[in-house]
Design a protein around this ligand. Structure first.
Ligand code: MN
Length: 731
């Protein structure tokens, strides 16, 4: 293809494009090609060809991958802004629309013209990568164009200077091949790796290539009988399938040997036999045929259909022993799985409808987005780019939630990284972790296929400082740092005090009257703090709003005033006055005919303000408050003389612990969806447990603080709206 002339390329591109997208869009494409021709007319490639052959080839690649029209059009324009004289993104937008323009902008490097601030090539590269990652996060098609671009450049790298070869090959190995892998584009990844390998380690490359080709030839001959036999067996079993021998790529062979100290003849997958069938059922049926004929090697069967890799790869892998005692790997998959294995996200455009594409692609880039979010405060491009390279493009393990949801994390990640990935609050309140049912240390290094369960606790108020040395992912580290920043005490105390004063002024309230120790005690006894200063700090970092605190203080004041008034009346009528406030209101509960006992909430039903309640005088522990509809209360009611009338103190604004049970469809993403609702409602989860339910459901038991039944109703209503949620109960 590289040999083709400009004219022939153009013809091929326009014909193929028209065939796929019709005449009208075909005209747009022609305009784009001619625009690129004009812009690049005086440029040549290192090979000596007209420059425009490069963007045209990139477009042809994109077309072959099955990409949509805007992406293919953007492909031919991808270098016009960067290399062109005076072409601006606005020009592209005016001519080809917003969508194409934003894609072109995404792959365009930053211009150096304005103020040339880059000191080194490395720094320039870093700035450009930052821009690229941000673009990918907002439109994943950018990565596909960029990879097509890089693939053509690498295929034609032979014509460049040795310095450029080395630089491009290194960057390809470090950034672009991992990007292709992360987005499941296996074919492109392998080719990029092999091309880079040849430039970076020419000696090793040459040597391995020679050795492998001899071995592969021998293997292929040895396996041809097995492949013939397989054909017959599949036919007998009435399974339609294509059988082919696939030589393993050179660089992955090299890496596997390096990593495990293998010799070449110890690799069972130097040639893998691939069977492509029509349906998922056929995959398992074909596997049955294979295992019935050849003895499988123990521990080598992998079901990536039931458990796809995070980059969407699906296939069955098994290794069996041939008649002549050669172990060989067999991969079984459907045509669609095959396309996905080869083209990754690009395959979405072949198979999926738009809506499905968008949600799935959203998940693919959610990790980059998390890194961006966690990083918003730093202006340092270098740190950001390193984080993406490490956390997103580095090697990863995939572990499972108890629901079987796959979470991918960089190699070396700990249960804490896992907890922070699930939800910031799960991280902050993480108390311990279980892996595969066993308690592990928080610095345990997670392994692929570990099932990880995080046990959170109220008493774990926040992260510990030494967690900063334990976590592996930058996003977890940033979340912990942010927490400590918020904890910057003196500053927060100061800010909190000012905020409360300001709010009081706005409400024309006199803080001097309101800041009575009894009132303050009333507020802080429900929180995990113990002083007025703590309360200021909590306001300061946003743990509670100044308005909430002010209203609570005003409530306390009102109640005291009311009591005084009532006592005055009682006195005038010659009756015994009520006992002082502190005895009458306990834990936000009025106890009628106050017997001066402690008041506590029953654990069995956790009453919330607004719930009808009853009080029960226990033997020696004071008054327990139950919901009127509590099962235990029914029994207690038989003990009439111990029942005491209680009611909620008015306008109580404290927070209460509420527990709910959420039954969800047991699938990836359910926990995320539920967590998201809570985050959006500003609810802090204090504990989370999950287990498998009946008939494909999963059950989350979660607790959090609420202000009363109203808020709880809102939370439940919002959760019920989720398509993943089957039912929600209060527990
Ligand atoms: Mn280019």
């Amino acid at each position: 293809m590289e040999e083709q002339s400009e004219l022939k390329l153009k013809e091929q591109l326009l014909n193929d494009f028209r065939k796929k997208f019709g005449i009208e869009l075909g005209e747009k494409m022609r305009e784009a090609v001619e625009f690129a021709e004009r812009v690049h007319c005086n440029q040549r490639r290192d090979a000596g060809d007209a420059y425009v052959t490069h963007p045209m080839t990139v477009s042809i690649y994109l077309l072959k991958m099955g990409m949509d029209a805007p992406t293919v059009i953007a492909g031919v324009l991808h270098d016009t802004v960067e290399d062109g004289d005076g072409v601006k993104i606005e020009d592209i937008e005016a001519l080809f629309g917003k969508e194409v323009a934003s894609l072109v902008d995404g792959v365009t490097k930053l211009t150096k013209s304005g103020n040339q601030t880059y000191i080194t090539k490395k720094q320039e590269q870093t700035e450009n990568l930052r821009k690229l990652f941000l673009s990918i996060a907002s439109d994943v098609r950018v990565v596909i164009i960029k990879l097509a671009d890089r693939l053509h450049n690498m295929r034609t790298l032979a014509y460049c200077t040795p310095e450029k070869q080395a630089r491009k090959a290194k960057e390809t190995m470090e950034v672009y091949a991992p990007l292709a892998d992360r987005f499941g584009m296996g074919v492109i990844r392998s080719e990029l790796e092999d091309l880079s390998f040849a430039y970076l380690m020419p000696e090793e490359y040459r040597k391995l290539k020679e050795e492998v080709s001899v071995q592969q030839k021998e293997r292929m001959e040895a396996l041809s009988t097995a492949m013939e036999k397989m054909k017959v067996l599949l036919k007998e079993a009435d399974i339609k399938g294509d059988i082919s021998g696939r030589p393993k790529h050179l660089y992955s062979t090299y890496r596997k040997m390096q990593r495990n100290n293998y010799k070449l003849n110890e690799l069972y997958d130097l040639i893998a036999i691939r069977i492509i069938v029509e349906t998922v059922n056929d995959c398992y049926a074909a596997l049955g045929v294979v295992h019935a004929t050849w003895k499988p090697l123990p521990g080598r069967f992998k079901d990536y259909i039931a458990m796809p890799k995070p980059n969407m790869y699906r296939s069955l892998h098994t290794t069996v022993m041939s008649e002549n005692s050669i172990p060989f790997e067999i991969q079984i998959r459907t045509r669609e799985m095959h396309e996905t294995a080869e083209y990754g996200i690009a395959a979405h455009w072949m198979y999926k409808d738009d809506k499905k594409i968008m949600t799935e692609l959203d998940q693919k880039t959610s990790l980059i987005k998390q890194i961006i979010e966690a990083d918003e405060t730093t202006e340092d491009s270098k740190e950001f780019v390193e984080n993406v390279l490490k956390d997103f493009l580095g090697e990863y393990v995939f572990v499972l939630t108890p629901q079987g949801e796959i979470i991918d994390l960089p190699v070396g990640s700990t249960p804490l990284d896992f907890a922070y990935r699930i939800h910031t609050n799960v991280g902050h309140h993480c108390q311990h972790a279980r892996v595969n049912g066993n308690m592990v240390r928080l610095d345990y290094k997670l392994k692929t296929n570990d099932v990880v369960e995080i046990i959170t606790s109220n008493s774990q108020i926040g992260p510990r400082r030494d967690w900063l040395n334990i976590v592996k992912t930058q996003s977890a580290r940033n979340k912990i740092r942010q927490w400590f920043k918020r904890e910057n005490r003196e500053e927060n105390v100061q800010r909190g005090r000012e905020m409360l004063e300001e709010t009081a002024k706005r409400h024309a309230q006199n803080l001097q009257i309101l800041l009575k120790p009894e009132y303050i005690n009333e507020i802080i006894k429900r929180m995990t703090i113990s002083s007025l200063e703590d309360l200021y700090a909590t306001i300061g970092y946003g743990g509670i709003s100044a308005g909430q605190v002010l209203h609570k203080l005003m409530d306390c004041h009102r109640k005291e005033m009311r009591l005084e008034e009532m006592n005055k009346k009682l006195e005038e009528a010659g009756k015994e006055p009520h006992k002082p406030t502190a005895h009458t209101i306990r834990n936000g509960i009025y106890v009628h005919g106050d017997p001066g006992m402690a008041v506590f909430f029953a654990n069995c039903c956790n009453p919330l303000p607004g719930d009808p309640i009853i009080g029960y005088i226990t033997r020696g522990r004071g008054i327990s408050v139950h919901r009127a509809d509590c099962k235990n209360a029914e029994n207690l009611l038989r003990d009439q003389e111990r029942i005491i009338e209680v009611e909620w103190a008015e306008e109580e604004n404290s927070t209460f612990s509420a527990s709910i049970r959420v039954v969800v469809v047991d699938k990836a993403g359910s926990l995320m969806a539920v967590s998201k609702v809570l985050t959006n409602l500003n609810v802090n989860m204090t504990s989370l447990r999950s287990r498998i339910g009946d008939e494909g459901s999963a059950i989350f038991e979660m607790s959090f603080s609420v202000t009363g039944t109203e808020q709880l109703k809102i939370i439940i209503a919002n959760l019920k709206k989720l398509p993943e949620v089957i039912d929600v109960y209060r527990t």
